[in-house]
Design a protein around this ligand. Structure first.
Ligand SMILES: *Cc1c(COP(=O)(O)O)cnc(C)c1O
Length: 424
């Protein structure tokens, strides 16, 4: 067998020497919508047409009757929890590998986040672990479809129905993601989306709550929870606030950009899907490398691509592998969030609110190292690759070549010899 090609970090030449493909996310379509929005002489969603247009397009894409626009994805999740009546004394089960936005609304409703473990290769909730964490206080599940990859929604819905739990889908990273032919966000009671600037589509900041119900009252309650509980419906505007609700309104400027962005969404998702699946094809035979696994019947719109390293098989650490990949010219990052959410200081010290440990119990034992072993090992051994609809064919092939080169180098005896010499 011929010896592996010398790595760039060991003095070899890097695989990728040309910059990644880039492009403009916003064009004349967004400009036109924005000009029209300003010409309305109002930027208030209820007086103008742009948020309405944005939501009409969103509903069409999702085959939905009701959705409500919000100021962020965090807001969308908070709204879904609030409308579901999640409150003091309740527990909400969710994933420990997620954005802070998943957790914020749970705590603002004074409920307690409970973290279930994830599958070691899809990085999404393990239904068995979810079921194991259900107690008489459990009120809801927030299922995070991480990185465009669908959760096992059939199993989660079955568990939720059996225990009469609300299901909220966090689709902030998962536009047009499908499982068993059905769109993520349309399985549970609510689907929550983000249009912050880093997501598949951007309105600067913003979000959507998909209301998966034909019940007009539920839609109205959702609508009101975004707008200080003002009931603004044609012919029936009321300010008699019956419930506490924040102001999470989207403006016409965001709606205008969002309406234009949604027209590009299907192609963005298809391109990212193809990109991620090609990466998997290119690296799935490598010993010591576990690709980003998509569940059977799933369709992933890859917000990012994350594979894992078996340090034992490769004889290198995750960080060494990531550093070697970067030296090859690949835009690779070690891990995702630094640690599972429950190991953050806020959970360790029970300091969600200043000056009180509420809503955490003084004897809370669920936020310990080891609580979700799969999540911990995933975050310790994963390498993340950014995915973009602007990346080119050669970006894909060079990424695959570089991962193969680094894996072969470390798994071969030759590399070990070089490292021994280096240590001497
Ligand atoms: C981005 C994100 C959020 C929050 O969205 P914002 O618009 O930033 O508030 C929530 N959950 C997940 C999984 C996210 O990636």
């Amino acid at each position: 067998m011929h010896s592996p090609e010398r790595l760039a970090i060991a003095g070899g030449s890097p695989v990728k020497t040309t910059p990644y493909g880039t492009g403009k996310r916003f064009g004349i379509e967004e400009v036109r919508e924005l000009v029209e929005a300003l010409e309305q002489n109002t930027l208030f969603y209820f007086a103008g047409d742009k948020v309405r247009k944005f939501l009409a397009r969103f509903n069409e894409l999702y085959g939905a009757k009701y959705s409500v626009a919000t100021s962020s994805g965090t807001a969308a999740i908070h709204v879904a929890l609030g409308v579901s009546g999640v409150s003091v004394g309740d527990e909400v089960i969710t994933s420990p590998i997620t954005d802070q936005g998943t957790i914020i609304g749970i705590l603002y409703q004074n409920a307690v986040p409970v973290f279930a473990d994830v599958d070691p290769h899809t990085y999404n909730l393990d239904p068995q672990s979810v079921e194991d964490r259900i107690t008489p206080r459990t009120k809801a599940i927030v299922a995070v479809h991480l990185a465009g990859n669908p959760c096992l929604m059939d199993q989660l819905m079955e568990i939720a129905e059996r225990h009469e739990l609300v299901v909220i889908e966090d689709c902030a990273q998962s536009y047009l993601t499908r499982y068993q032919g059905r769109l993520a966000g349309t399985w549970g009671d609510f689907g929550c989306f983000s249009t912050n600037d880093f997501k598949h589509i951007s309105t600067g900041d913003g979000g959507v709550v998909l209301v998966n119900s034909d019940d007009e009252d539920r839609y109205r309650a959702t609508f009101a929870f975004v707008d200080k509980n003002y009931q603004r419906f044609p012919g029936a505007v009321s300010r008699d606030a019956e419930f506490l609700a924040p102001n999470y309104r989207m403006t016409e400027l965001q709606g205008a950009v969002g309406a234009a962005q949604l027209l590009k969404l299907p192609e963005i998702c298809q391109t990212r899907h193809d990109y991620g699946d090609r990466l998997t094809e290119g690296i799935c035979d490598l010993p010591g490398v576990a690709p980003h696994a998509i569940p059977a019947g799933g369709w992933c719109s890859y917000w990012f691509y994350m594979f894992r390293i078996d340090e034992g098989v490769l004889g290198c650490t995750r960080d060494e592998f990531a550093t070697a990949l970067k030296a090859e010219g690949i835009n690779a990052q070690a891990g995702y969030i630094a640690q599972p959410v429950y190991l953050q200081p806020m959970f360790q010290r029970r300091t969600a609110y200043r000056g009180t440990s509420f809503p955490f119990a003084p004897d809370e034992t669920r936020y310990r190292q080891g609580s979700c072993p799969n999540a911990e090992v995933v975050l310790r051994t994963a390498i993340r690759l950014p995915v973009s609809e602007f990346h080119t064919d050669s970006d894909i092939t060079e990424t695959i070549t570089a991962i193969r080169k680094v894996a072969h180098w470390y798994s071969s005896q030759g590399a070990a010899t070089v490292r021994q010499k280096g240590n001497a």
